[in-house]
Design a protein around this ligand. Structure first.
Ligand code: 5GP
Ligand code: MN
Length: 340
């Protein structure tokens, strides 16, 4: 973080403020963990702090300290609007453009309140008075930890903060295995454990909560997996009918896109999930090595993310989305065949 960004943030927080912290639509572990970690830190320092999420988040995150205090804009619109309009500082965490917060983002755009952006995605928009952006970071949760340190809060990392940040880092690094996991990440994790984060409990709470329906849906997804061997690519489809048959609940498909990458030789994986209600196909992309799925999602799916993990959407039908995908692959042949 630059001196200038740190100075702007500490000036904004130099007296008790009304603070709102916002994460992205369909919040994941890192969005929830970073927002709640920062929430407890600022609240403990005496700021009147509220976390507002654009919409609901998966059940496997609903044990986290502080999660019951989160306002969901979609369901609690009026209460959310009240805190947003009264806010003196707005922190936006784990996203790089206000439209990633959906309808909540549209409301945020109307404010003249100072914004602080904390995020590790590429190419952040220019809407914040303080932009703490670092694409080399494992997670936004790790960045919140560094911000707490920079604000001289080393001794203020409570068990609640530690648990949330540990969970956010763990989920965004695939349990500390993605290349973004640095030696510093492990040092941060060590300190969070010293502050009360219970690693094995957190792991169990997140990963050992499968419903039988989700396991069935995973079976369907793996059955549907198509491997294009010569392009080291694999894709999965899930239709609305298949989701319905497995009683799909939000979060159930989380992580499915990673499975094809465990197939020997596969470096590019993509999942197409039909959402009839929204009239879109939700797309998640993952890669290994230098193949840039952020660029792929930006070019073809109105999306973005990171080099090795991105997302987007298509408004074509499921089968047409797949046909289109296959038709856009040829120019990537070289990159897919020769990337390490
Ligand atoms: P996921 O596949 O888990 O939804 O998302 C993977 C990564 O891509 C996340 O870092 C997420 O922030 C980013 N991402 C997902 N969907 C979108 C999208 O529609 N637009 C942009 N810009 N990024 C996305
Ligand atoms: Mn993240």
């Amino acid at each position: 973080m630059t001196e200038k960004v740190l100075k702007t943030i500490s000036n904004l927080l130099n007296n008790k403020k009304k603070v709102v912290i916002v994460g992205h639509k369909n919040p994941d572990g890192d969005a929830i963990g970073s927002c709640l970690g920062l929430y407890f830190f600022l609240k403990n320092r005496g700021h009147e702090t509220t976390v507002v999420m654009p919409n609901d988040f998966p059940d496997f995150l609903k044990w986290l300290p502080g999660c019951a205090q989160i306002l969901q804009f979609e369901r609690q619109t009026q209460a959310s609007m009240e805190v947003i309009s009264a806010a003196e500082v707005v922190f936006t965490l784990d996203f790089n453009a206000l439209d990633r917060a959906g309808d909540l983002g549209t409301e945020l755009e109307k404010l003249s309140t100072p914004f602080v952006l904390i995020d590790h995605h590429q190419q952040p928009d220019d809407y914040a008075v303080a932009c703490y952006s670092d694409v080399s970071m494992s997670s936004t949760s790790e960045m919140v930890y560094h911000l707490i340190q920079a604000l001289e809060g080393h001794n203020e990392v409570s068990e609640e903060i530690a648990t949330n940040l540990y969970m956010g880092i763990m989920t965004d690094t695939g349990s500390f295995r993605f290349p973004s996991t640095s030696a510093t990440t492990h040092r941060v994790i060590a300190h969070l454990m010293e502050c009360g984060a219970n690693n094995s409990e957190i792991h169990q709470n997140i990963y050992d909560t499968n419903s039988p329906e989700r396991m069935k849906l995973l079976g369907v997804a793996l059955e549907n997996m198509v491997i294009i061997k010569e392009l080291r690519t694999a894709y999965i489809t899930l239709s609305q009918d298949e989701l319905d048959a497995c009683n799909f609940k939000k979060g159930d498909t989380e992580g499915f896109v990673n499975y094809p990458l465990s197939v020997q030789g596969v470096i590019f994986s993509i999942i197409f999930i039909e959402n009839k209600h929204e009239g879109i196909i939700k797309i998640s992309l993952r890669s290994k090595g230098n193949f840039d799925v952020n660029e792929f999602a930006r070019n073809h799916y109105h999306g973005g993310g990171h080099i090795n993990a991105s997302g987007g959407r298509s408004s074509l039908a499921l089968s047409d989305t797949v046909k289109e995908f296959i038709s856009i692959l040829p120019p990537y042949k070289n990159a897919l065949r020769h990337d390490s």
